[in-house]
Design a protein around this ligand. Structure first.
Ligand SMILES: *[C@@H]1O[C@H](CO)[C@@H](O)[C@H](O)[C@H]1NC(C)=O
Ligand SMILES: *[C@@H]1O[C@H](CO)[C@@H](O)[C@H](O)[C@H]1NC(C)=O
Ligand SMILES: *[C@@H]1O[C@H](CO)[C@@H](O)[C@H](O)[C@H]1NC(C)=O
Ligand SMILES: *[C@@H]1O[C@H](CO)[C@@H](O)[C@H](O)[C@H]1NC(C)=O
Ligand SMILES: *[C@@H]1O[C@H](CO)[C@@H](O)[C@H](O)[C@H]1NC(C)=O
Ligand SMILES: *[C@@H]1O[C@H](CO)[C@@H](O)[C@H](O)[C@H]1NC(C)=O
Ligand SMILES: *[C@@H]1O[C@H](CO)[C@@H](O)[C@H](O)[C@H]1NC(C)=O
Ligand SMILES: *[C@@H]1O[C@H](CO)[C@@H](O)[C@H](O)[C@H]1NC(C)=O
Ligand SMILES: *[C@@H]1O[C@H](CO)[C@@H](O)[C@H](O)[C@H]1NC(C)=O
Ligand SMILES: *[C@@H]1O[C@H](CO)[C@@H](O)[C@H](O)[C@H]1NC(C)=O
Ligand SMILES: *[C@@H]1O[C@H](CO)[C@@H](O)[C@H](O)[C@H]1NC(C)=O
Ligand SMILES: *[C@@H]1O[C@H](CO)[C@@H](O)[C@H](O)[C@H]1NC(C)=O
Length: 837
């Protein structure tokens, strides 16, 4: 018994469990064997918490596992048959043999001096030499699970099917599919700037996942399990599940079950490959479910929808009759490294057409978030996500004809033809009756009520109120329904909801915005509305009124006849018949007006506002082509905890987002300055700042433009559509310089908005701007989206750890520093920043 020693745990157990070890936890001598045919054979830890044995998967297959209450925490991935044996050979090697005598697995520890093995009370199975030196251990060779007191170091991998989890030297935790696609990368927060020497990940027994390193003064908490530090005899473990998600589980001693306490990827549909090749992930009420794009596909395995889908007719079998199947609200997941070459900035029909004509293209996704990004999929594995909240459309190549999915009701199938027919008859009868009834009732209602004074025209109450008083008018939902003819004429759709044209009773034309995703209370909503409507400036779109009734939240704005700036900049052709090519004078005054509007928001009004989403789509033009900034103050209204929404409709538009959005730094008014700089460059050039083309040497337009500017050429940056007309080149040069100052990577380098106005006006000299440095070139990757979901989970726990979210802290710094763009947009606005340049 002198030999007995556990490999990594405190030694007090040594004496305490002395007697138990006699029967259970004794050293395992060389030559010991377990066989699958005798499931009662086990090698156990001293206090019987853990045991190593053949775990039965079904009647004919077994896995060799270390278990805690029958939950496996370490398993050999090879499946063993009923005649398999596991031996601790005389030469010190561990070997799993199938019934037929094939080696399924071995530890490769022959002739390394191994003399005995132990399984200790932390669940570590060790092979040791005579001086109790650990030659090999399961903790050093993890499979898919980490338990407390186990160190997960650089180079170790948890794997489950095609999924793997690893820690790298820089401290990033990454989840990968097929050792290739990184669908999650969780890192240290930006305040930790030291270089790590030898990072280790460990799960504390109280349920906190921490990163340790000799160069860090303490550990860094990566995640809290939701039951962390709760007492009881509970084993927590971190597991990479076969669905590609990483979770912390808790299991109470003796229960034999485990409960999820933390999930790395909140949105399961964002896990690459979850539904297999060509599978489309979506949600029924609660769970993710897998389906196929259309009837042109068959499931690979009818019994397992997550295995993916295959075309009924391969594309190569139908040359000449290939069609594109359109899927609304669907995207194909795009994560590094696959997205680097396949992003184009083209419109929806080009996105579809490019794929159709591209031989290797299997599908494409166009984002409808204003960025105009089109992802072309050429890879042999495509993973889809469908949700009503997704602002994207996807196309997939199929053989004609396109056969859309049948309505879900027909899926029940299988039943006898007779029963089906009877069901149909009943359904048709019921439906017809319903329709007739509704029609009758409607006619009756119209007939008797149309003459009532309440109907017909809007009630006069608000017509009497003076808009000029500045107080916003409150409309009823019905008022607005009538003003917009039941939301008939759509003007556009932005990040916050759809905008409709309406006419009020006093013949004022208005734009009615139907807000989505607002879950704030009535009182808070009114307060925000009051703030927005008290913000008056010539260059800001004016709020006329609002409606807050039940679930409905609407805002009524003055109507801008000429619509938004983007249609003039990017969609006008050389000899535009609609006169949409803006002259240089117009452009310059729009730039100046926009700058003045933003200056007012930042510096001059009572409750100062960071806009967070400045882009051409949010700059409207009135009859005289004066610029009016819209959508300010809205980000604060949107519920930051609505994860599914925030994932898919990023507030703030990439291409215009300042680098600090992606780098986890505080968002200040300087972030708006950055966006303005990009817009200014677009006003000058008529091209999207992120456009890549042969003309720009395949560089992002904004980078290419700086190079031209650096060479002393400004004319090439100017929009070609106006290059031949009479243009004040002094103004152009000034505007170009201002825009490069605004898009500096460092917020402190960017001027304040008031200064920008002065620079444009020519009141002050402008030095030559340094290169803006395109740091966030890779920001279009999907990882950033994903990280927002997973890190927001962290920040939720973090706040609860400090006794509830603190509301006052939002004044100077964003509440959730660790969370990405989305959450910050909605929680950190509105207050004047004291930073100065
Ligand atoms: C048992 O499980 C294995 C692997 O999970 C599977 O291949 C086998 O078909 C199953 N056998 C039965 C009888 O279900
Ligand atoms: C043992 O060696 C074989 C062959 O080199 C290898 O495939 C296997 O992964 C090794 N086993 C362990 C536990 O490292
Ligand atoms: C067994 O030992 C481990 C490690 O010391 C301890 O955490 C656990 O509570 C013990 N289990 C039992 C049933 O005594
Ligand atoms: C056990 O291994 C260690 C490290 O290799 C070695 O220093 C020690 O001498 C070995 N003990 C015996 C008894 O072989
Ligand atoms: C984990 O690492 C720590 C610090 O290096 C060490 O003290 C501990 O023994 C390690 N645990 C195991 C099981 O190797
Ligand atoms: C860390 O991981 C990232 C990908 O997640 C990779 O780009 C980087 O090179 C890795 N660094 C090291 C030191 O392995
Ligand atoms: C590592 O994590 C940090 C922080 O989350 C992130 O900014 C960085 O992009 C990650 N690195 C890679 C290569 O994904
Ligand atoms: C981290 O390492 C890089 C390169 O090895 C070095 O340039 C940098 O200064 C280091 N940072 C710190 C904080 O030591
Ligand atoms: C990290 O630790 C190593 C060794 O412990 C040391 O050489 C290195 O300078 C440290 N780096 C930093 C940035 O502290
Ligand atoms: C959603 O799907 C899951 C898994 O397929 C199923 O168990 C659950 O009953 C479904 N829920 C609804 C409301 O259809
Ligand atoms: C699906 O399951 C049924 C019954 O469970 C079985 O008969 C059939 O062979 C299975 N199909 C496939 C493709 O595995
Ligand atoms: C970032 O990490 C530092 C050091 O671990 C910590 O003090 C700080 O609270 C963290 N910030 C957030 C927002 O989690």
């Amino acid at each position: 018994m002198k030999q007995f020693q556990i490999c990594s745990k405190p030694t007090f157990i040594f004496f305490f469990f002395f007697f138990i070890t006699l029967s259970a936890g004794a050293d395992i001598p060389l030559g010991s064997t377990l066989s699958a045919s005798n499931p009662t054979q086990t090698w156990s830890s001293p206090n019987n918490s853990f045991s190593l044995h053949f775990l039965s998967l079904n009647s004919s297959s077994f896995s060799l596992s270390i278990t805690y209450d029958s939950l496996p925490i370490w398993s050999i991935s090879a499946v063993a048959d009923a005649a398999a044996t596991f031996s601790f050979l005389a030469d010190g090697n561990l070997r799993l043999l199938s019934g037929a005598g094939n080696t399924l697995w071995q530890s490769n520890t022959s002739n390394s001096g191994v003399s005995h093995a132990t399984l200790d009370d932390s669940g570590n199975f060790c092979l040791k030499n005579r001086s109790n030196f650990v030659v090999w251990s399961t903790f050093d060779h993890p499979t898919d699970t980490i338990v407390p007191s186990q160190n997960f170091t650089v180079g170790m991998v948890l794997s489950s099917g095609l999924y793997s989890f690893s820690l790298n030297r820089t401290g990033n935790l990454t989840l990968q599919w097929n050792k290739d696609i990184v669908y999650l990368s969780l890192g240290l927060n930006a305040t930790v700037s030291t270089n790590l020497s030898n990072p280790r990940l460990g799960l504390q027994s109280i349920g906190i996942l921490s990163l340790y390193d000799d160069n860090l003064s303490g550990s860094v908490i990566m995640a809290y399990g939701s039951d962390y530090a709760e007492s009881g005899n509970i084993l927590r473990f971190l597991k990479l599940d076969s669905d590609g998600n990483l979770r912390i589980y808790s299991s109470s001693k003796g229960s034999g079950t485990s409960i999820v306490r933390w999930t790395a990827v909140n949105d399961q549909c964002q896990v690459f490959g979850y539904c297999g090749h060509m599978g489309i992930c979506s949600y029924n009420d609660t769970s993710p479910v897998c389906g196929c794009p259309s009837e042109n596909f068959d499931p690979v395995d009818p019994n397992d929808s997550s295995k993916g889908c295959k075309l009924k007719r391969e594309i190569r079998d139908c040359p000449g009759s290939v069609a594109m199947l359109q899927m609304d609200h669907t995207k194909f997941l795009t994560y590094p490294p696959e997205n680097l070459n396949d992003v184009y900035f083209v419109g929806i029909s080009a996105c579809r057409g490019n794929c159709l004509s591209g031989g290797s293209c299997v599908g494409s996704t166009i984002l409808a978030d204003g960025s105009g990004q089109c992802y072309i999929k050429t890879s042999s594995f495509v993973s889809g996500y469908q949700s009503a909240a997704l602002p994207s459309t996807s196309y997939v190549k199929v053989c004609s004809p396109v056969e859309p999915n049948p309505p879900p009701s027909s899926e029940e199938g299988g039943g006898g033809g007779k029963g089906k027919l009877r069901g149909w008859v009943v359904a048709v009868v019921v439906l017809t009756t319903l329709v007739v009834l509704i029609f009758l009732e409607g006619t009756l209602w119209w007939w008797c009520c149309r003459k009532s004074p309440k109907f017909g025209g809007l009630s006069a109450q608000y017509a009497l109120l003076e808009y000029a008083s500045g107080a916003p008018v409150q409309f009823s939902y019905r008022d607005l329904q009538q003003a917009t003819l039941n939301f008939k004429e759509k003007l556009g759709a932005g990040g916050f909801g759809v905008v409709y044209k309406g006419v009020l009773a006093n013949k004022t034309i208005v734009a009615v915005k139907q807000l989505e995703g607002i879950e704030q209370g009535e009182k808070q909503f009114r307060m925000e509305v009051a703030t927005i409507s008290s913000t008056h400036h010539l260059n800001l779109v004016r709020l006329i009124g609002f409606c807050s009734e039940g679930k409905h939240r609407l805002l009524v704005y003055e109507f801008m006849k000429n619509g938004s700036l983007d249609s003039f900049l990017f969609f006008a052709t050389e000899n535009d018949k609609n006169g949409r090519v803006l002259s240089w004078e117009n452009r310059f005054s729009i730039a100046l007006g926009t700058a003045r509007g933003i200056t007012y928001l930042h510096e001059e009004c009572r409750d100062c506002i960071v806009h967070c989403d400045i882009k051409p789509e949010n700059i409207l033009l009135d009859d005289n082509y004066s610029a009016k900034v819209s959508d300010f103050g809205l980000a604060k209204l949107v519920n930051p905890r609505d994860h599914r929404r925030t994932l898919t409709s990023v507030r703030g538009t990439r291409g215009y987002l300042a680098p600090e959005w992606l780098a986890n730094l505080p968002i200040t008014s300087k972030s708006d300055v950055y966006s303005f700089g990009m817009v200014l460059l677009e006003i000058i050039s008529g091209r999207r700042n992120f456009e890549v083309s042969d003309q720009t040497d395949r560089k992002k337009f904004s980078n290419w433009a700086y190079e031209e500017f650096d060479k002393g050429i400004v004319k090439t940056i100017l929009d070609r559509k106006i290059a031949d007309s009479d243009v004040n080149m002094d103004q152009v040069t000034r505007a170009v310089k201002v825009s490069f100052w605004c898009i500096q990577e460092q917020p402190s380098q960017r001027p304040m908005m008031g200064r920008v106005v002065q620079m444009l006006e020519g009141i002050m000299e402008i030095e030559k701007p340094p290169p803006p440095k395109a740091v966030h070139e890779g920001s279009i990757s999907g990882t950033s989206l994903n990280m927002s979901s997973s890190i927001s989970a962290l920040s939720t726990f973090a706040t609860s750890a400090h006794g509830g979210p603190s509301s006052s802290s939002s004044f100077q710094t964003p509440v959730a520093q660790s969370s990405m763009s989305v959450e910050r947009a909605s929680s950190s606005l509105i207050h004047r920043e004291t930073t100065s340049s």
